[in-house]
Ligand binder design. Sequence first.
Ligand SMILES: Cc1cc2nc3c(=O)[nH]c(=O)nc-3n(C[C@H](O)[C@H](O)[C@H](O)COP(=O)(O)OP(=O)(O)OC[C@H]3O[C@@H](n4cnc5c(N)ncnc54)[C@H](O)[C@@H]3O)c2cc1C
Length: 459
Amino acid sequence: MALRSGDDFLSSLSDGRTLWFNGEQVSSIIEHPELSPVAETLASVYDLHNDPDHQSKLTFTEADGPSYSASYQPLDSLEAIQQRRQTIDYWARRSGGVAGRIPDYQAIINLGLYDMRHALAGDNPQWANNIERWFLKVRDNDLLQTHAFADAPRDRSNPAGDPGYLKIVERRDDGIVINGAKSIATIAPFADEFLGLTSPRPNITADEVLFFALPMNAEGLHIICRDSLIPRSVSGHPLAPHWDELDAYIIFDHVFVPNDRIFHLHPADTPVNLDLLGMMFFGIINWALWHILARASTKIELLLGLANGLADHLGKKQDPATANTLSHIAVHLESIQALLFRAEHEPIPSASGMLQPDPKPITAGRISVVDHHPQILQLIRELAGSGILMSPQQRELGHPEIGALMTSHFVGGDQRAKDRFALQRLAWDITCDSFGSRQLLFEMLNAGGAQLNKSLVLR
Ligand SMILES: Cc1cc2nc3c(=O)[nH]c(=O)nc-3n(C[C@H](O)[C@H](O)[C@H](O)COP(=O)(O)OP(=O)(O)OC[C@H]3O[C@@H](n4cnc5c(N)ncnc54)[C@H](O)[C@@H]3O)c2cc1C
């Protein structure tokens, strides 16, 4: 089977999905001014798989068979882990680590699900078969999955006002009917498939334990986007116009899930074993947590390079405060890389006998990222000063009326001023803009709350 092209991906988006943006239903993603830029970015990912200059890095072939995205490479040896890390780094470097939910990441969750198929199936082999079939379908067709486990926020002190969780409302011979919502599924507007996962939480009931998949155009499935973070004027914003992945609520309005798309359910009316549920959930996402940390290390490299460039272009390299900033970020980067190295070189067996980077150093690294990230952003803001907000662009510098004045007062004889402005604008996007704020939230929360993650390192 041929690898998916960008055009295939773009045309697959016209599948009748129920997508809402800014209170309006979207009929065409590729013609939508705020959705099409990210769709194009994703299309370029698929095109790179077909680019002869990149194919050897970005695809793999099984025993003279067809080629697949390297994001699906089986992780059965130390060498495979090293190769997979190179793939993660390749994709992370394309966005400076700001794209957390590109196909490369979604694929590693699918691999985790596949790895856990027998544990999820228990004494129901049908579920393991379903997972295997679904995995082969998404791998062979290079489909983009979005997943959600986070539930809609609620007032936990007011049980009477609780909107209820996503749950089974009918168990039928041919499948189940589910009703409810998941609060956040990143990249959902552009995905082919929704993967439903359940993370453990107190008082969960049997009907709320759901592992399943649905096509994004399933009847009754509503994708409701948050506000776009693409600025009104895209000029001078290097990140958001290409990498605003868009997060969405997913509402399941009495949606039918056929038997062959069910991956695990809990027997009706029986208490849920939270340890077992936790084992299944974390078993699925263990490789993903590694991916998150490896991608975050690329982002820290970007932040270090940015701080270094700002220090250079602002003539602050000799300031003791600058040395502190740079060494703080460099030490953080070294620690994260050391944790990744240890995890990757001392892997543990996965459920199906593949290898997983040791989850403990990975969790320690993710906690460290969450703890350090806000401080690093603040250090960069301090280093950049007010120029982070006020960096002229070509529209001012080249303007027929104010251009000469702007150039004389803001550039003078500094041959590198344009690079300085570009660095300051990048600093704005990543530390101040709404895109940057969402980035911080993403690092804090994208794989469970900080407290949950902190508790994992003690296990
Ligand atoms: C930018 C961004 C992108 C994200 N993308 C995704 C995504 O693609 N897919 C996805 O699934 N999630 C995504 N998340 C959501 C993320 O999984 C959650 O934010 C995270 O799990 C924390 O949950 P919460 O936000 O509900 O926080 P909280 O409400 O603080 O919940 C934290 C924890 O409390 C526990 N808890 C929940 N309910 C109860 C209860 N009734 N009683 C006691 N404890 C309870 C749970 O263990 C939960 O993890 C994203 C988040 C952000 C910010």
